[in-house]
Design a protein around this ligand. Structure first.
Ligand code: GDP
Length: 551
């Protein structure tokens, strides 16, 4: 009788087991020799696997990174906010790496917001304290309520700056959403809301202004708060006895932020309040880099200083589904198929009395001098061989022209519609809307404006108008250094002026630098130009006294 032989499959199985055992031997030895270390390797491996599962690295069809290098949390459902991940896929890969410290701070912020946000027990307790009229003891959950003001570009700059302030000071950002902003932006933090609940705040309707009694400057003046206080003694200067909230006024006042807003001692005093209301139309994030207490955190979050809005804007500001529908339809229908996309943003404010011909000439000159648009010719078939340029398909350039007025589009479109180009390139010109005037109180108008900011941000190159926060936001989101049309004051313009300038970074400009005359001796008359002593600050190309971050 033949000894029972293993069936061939079982032999193969045993062979496979042996191979696996031999392959695993070094790992087993490691386990015996370095049990703890191996356990930590295993834990790391598990964590890494989770991270990989959570962050689908790239969209297979577009090859683009949907989570923007870890900026975006993967914990959202798609349909409630289509733009969040679809938007990432339309941007070109960012030229600015995201630091791991920034990613960590964002995830920590999100967890904190979930613990303290509307609907939580912590929020209810903090609100009860607010309504009591007294600040109370320092809580784990402290808030900054952002109030919108001015046009959309200003609002986006103020909102991103307030978010950065919240991250730096351990506060939770709550947004007051007036009717004209309803669902304009998606919720940016997973599993919670950033909206201030209706009737969530006392005296919001009454309004706040720079010298109202709740403003920080007024409180300093009337000695409601001072720089010296005694929390341990629990006396009359103790934080618990302060009013229930403070209002921080960071609006552009005479092109200067208010005194007592960006000194170290002021930030220590402001830190004593559990609730803060903040209103700003400015990119005051720049000024936060001047406060010594925040410098270390900011340095680690943003090793590249020239990409602060670029990253935070992409993280925080996602168009709601209505505005996103406009972006998608327009982008996919008119722009996506072009070989190149040029954005041209023409912002003409009525006070500037800009003559149309002069502005149009400046745009043309800027485009010509910098090779942004091809020259036209009277020759109807220039550059075309056998029906197509050089025998192959003609290159196409789509120009997205955004402006409240239609005439710039009409002239440019007419030029490239009626004439061939010397290079044989086909230039198509589009304008999504021309509402005529700014109508910030209209939701549909704001949706169109937001859609156009995003459409601009998907362009390869951009010509924008100096001083315009609308343009700043678009190029900063894109990560593209634009060509800035200057000047603003047309009464002083000369024909031989340079048509446009290239800024040093993609960052927006802070039009209203803070006063740095501080109690501790920072600043002082004649010394309060931070550009002289902060290496990553410059004056803006379009606003001489403005400040911007650069690398
Ligand atoms: P800024 O005044 O140029 O700094 O930009 P803002 O965005 O703060 O304010 C201008 C507002 O006017 C925008 O928010 C829009 O409401 C409107 N607006 C200006 N230019 C355009 C444009 O090109 N397209 C659209 N749709 N709206 C615009």
């Amino acid at each position: 009788m033949e000894a029972a032989k293993d069936p061939p499959e079982s032999g193969k199985r045993r062979g496979a087991v042996t191979v696996v055992f031999l392959a695993a031997l070094p790992l087993l030895l490691l386990v015996f020799l370095f049990a703890n270390r191996a356990a930590s390797i295993a834990a790391d491996t598990q964590l890494w696997t989770q991270v990989k599962q959570q962050s689908p690295p790239r969209n297979a069809s577009s090859g683009r990174d949907r989570l923007l290098g870890g900026l975006l949390s993967p914990d959202f459902d798609g349909p409630s906010c289509r733009s969040r991940y679809e938007g990432s896929e339309r941007w070109k890969p960012s030229p600015f790496p995201v630091s791991s410290h920034l990613v960590r701070k964002l995830r920590e912020y999100e967890a904190h917001h979930r613990r303290c946000g509307p609907g939580t027990a912590a929020y209810r307790a903090a609100r009860a304290q607010l309504l009591s009229g007294r600040n109370g003891d320092r809580g784990e959950c402290r808030y900054v309520v952002w109030l919108p003001i001015q046009g959309l570009g200003n609002r986006m700059l103020g909102l991103v700056s307030t978010f950065l302030y919240a991250v730096l000071t351990g506060r939770v950002l709550l947004v007051h959403e007036p009717a004209e902003m309803e669902a304009l932006f998606c919720e940016p933090f997973p599993g919670t809301s950033w909206l201030l609940p209706p009737s969530g705040f006392p005296s919001l309707d009454r309004g706040f202004w720079s010298s109202c009694p709740e403003s920080y400057a007024s409180m300093l003046e009337s000695n409601v708060i001072g720089y010296d206080y005694d929390d341990d003694g629990g006396g009359k200067n103790a934080s618990a006895m302060l009013p229930a909230y403070v209002y921080l006024h960071l609006e552009n006042m005479d092109l200067r932020l208010q005194n007592h807003t960006f000194c170290e001692e002021d930030h220590r005093a402001l830190d004593r309040f559990n609730w803060m209301v903040l209103r700003s139309d400015s990119y005051f994030a720049v000024a936060l880099f001047l406060v010594p207490a925040y410098r270390d955190q900011l340095g680690r979050m943003f090793p590249a200083k020239g990409a602060v809005f670029h990253h935070l804007g992409r993280y925080l500001l996602h168009p709601g589904n209505r505005a996103w529908g406009v972006v998608r339809r327009f982008f996919d229908g008119y722009l996506a198929g072009a070989d190149e996309r040029l954005g041209v943003q023409v912002r003409v404010v009525p006070q500037s009395h800009t003559p149309f011909e002069a502005m149009y000439d400046r745009i043309q000159r800027c485009a010509r001098e910098n090779g942004l648009l091809p020259q036209v010719t009277d020759e109807p078939f220039a550059g075309v061989v056998n029906g197509t340029a050089n025998g192959s398909k003609a290159r196409t350039k789509a120009v997205l022209l955004v402006s409240l007025k239609p005439e710039y589009y009409e002239r440019l479109h007419g030029t490239y519609y009626a004439n061939a180009t010397v290079s044989g390139e086909v230039v198509t010109v589009y304008q999504p809307s021309h509402d005529g005037d700014q109508r910030t109180e209209s939701r549909a108008h704001n949706e169109r404006a937001l859609a156009e900011i995003f459409l601009l941000s998907y362009c390869d190159e951009m010509v924008t108008t100096g001083w315009s926060t609308f343009g700043y936001v678009a190029h900063a989101l894109a990560g593209v250094r634009p060509w800035l049309l200057v000047p603003q004051d047309w009464s002083k313009a000369r024909d031989d002026d340079v048509a446009c300038v290239r800024p040093a970074s993609v960052e927006p400009c802070l039009h209203s630098p803070p006063s740095l005359v501080c109690r501790g001796g920072g600043g002082g008359k004649g010394l309060d130009d931070p550009v002289a002593r902060v290496p990553f600050l410059r004056h803006c190309e379009d606003v001489g006294f403005g400040l911007k971050l650069v690398d």
